[in-house]
Design a protein around this ligand. Sequence first.
Ligand SMILES: Nc1nc2c(ncn2[C@@H]2O[C@H](COP(=O)(O)OP(=O)(O)O)[C@@H](O)[C@H]2O)c(=O)[nH]1
Ligand SMILES: [Mg+2]
Length: 444
Amino acid sequence: MALEHLGSSLYEALKKVFRASIVDEATVKELVHDIQRALLQADVNVKLVLDMSKRIEERALKEKVPPGISRREHLIKVVYEELTRFLGEKPAQIKMDPGKKKVIMLVGIQGSGKTTATAKLARYFQKRGMKPALICTDTYRPGAYAQLQQLASRINVPIYGDLKTKDPAKIAFSGLHQFADKDIVLIDTAGRHKEEQELIKEMKMLEGNIKPDEVMLVIDGTIGQQAMVQAKAFNEATPIGSILVTKLDGSARGGGALSAVAATGAPIKFIGTGEKIEDIEQFIPSRFVGRLLGMGDLETLLEKVREAEIKVPEKKAKAILSGKFTLTDMYEQFEAMKGMGTFRKLLKMLPGMSYDIPEEMLNMAEDRLEKWRVMIQSMTPEERNNPKIFNASRVKRVSRGSGVTEKEVKELLKQYSTMRRMLKTLRRKKKLPFFGKGLPLDFK
Ligand SMILES: Nc1nc2c(ncn2[C@@H]2O[C@H](COP(=O)(O)OP(=O)(O)O)[C@@H](O)[C@H]2O)c(=O)[nH]1
Ligand SMILES: [Mg+2]
């Protein structure tokens, strides 16, 4: 799924922020760069990309971080907000007046997905307890009525059509008359025009005749940035217009279409995400962004960041990097790994993403942690800070004091010196190193 691809590259970018040892200007710049690349790959307009990334950078670097949230959380929040703003701030709703029938007419060029969308919408409203009905006014394409009829029968929704007349307005009138008792009537139209101007003209003519409550333009999401032209013309031509962007499942250009439409200010109300009748959803920018990033809303996202964030004071991180690494530090690192369970779950939420934390590392951390805690507690502060002083009698004492074998104490000390050695070799790197097989040492 194309948008999923955009989502996973955006999430890859954020993951770096989750894992950076410190969040500084370089982190922000790298993130902005990664986001730019992800959006450009999804065919989003260059100017839009630059505008948005500039805003992210400015806000992340200049805004005062509110008390109670970390710089890291603030950065994620800024990204989330700017992505949401970029896709249109408020969700556009279909307003239903109780007791009053709603008539929605769907227009769009041939193949954009009108007929499918008509049935999808019927299903959408049916599921929400309303009584929908369909009218097919496509007298142009052979088989148009049969296509809609087939979809309608699958969801058990009544349909009106008339194969004997070529007059779409006449069909619509008869259908509306027949469906007087329905909550919502969806009118499918013929869309033979490749030309936007012609399409808009015909839409206006039909609209003038039928007088629907709402005209919904169906735009094929695979056309990428070109969607802008249609959305703009439409938005200018009709004050009661809304937009449904289809095929956001199959296209590498989905991000382009969506952002192009959003940029025109035309309200996107629904998106189509597959060929099946159920593959439709209301377009709620903030939720959509959350899903793109693999998380629900901003709060859930921040919660995840907090879970992933382990507070290792910067001073301490620096001390470790400069070569001071004690048993206490090591213990804290493994304690920190306990939080990895949630972090791992989070990473797995995005389909198609595999982030492999070796299973044995996690298990080891959890199983042994308790023992290590006891062993380290049985040590003197001097031993903890300078494990080099351990000799046979000290090992024996700790083993007795903590109820483990001497072998286990030695193992702990061996783990410690292995980690210490690794840290030494990685000392010059800016970020805190990884140990084991790709297990981050910390997430601060
Ligand atoms: N993958 C995918 N295909 C879609 C979607 N919406 C419509 N289609 C397909 O696009 C083609 C044209 O759809 P149709 O509804 O007949 O378009 P119309 O000519 O505008 O009425 C059909 O093969 C549909 O199955 C969508 O959201 N995702
Ligand atoms: Mg059709």
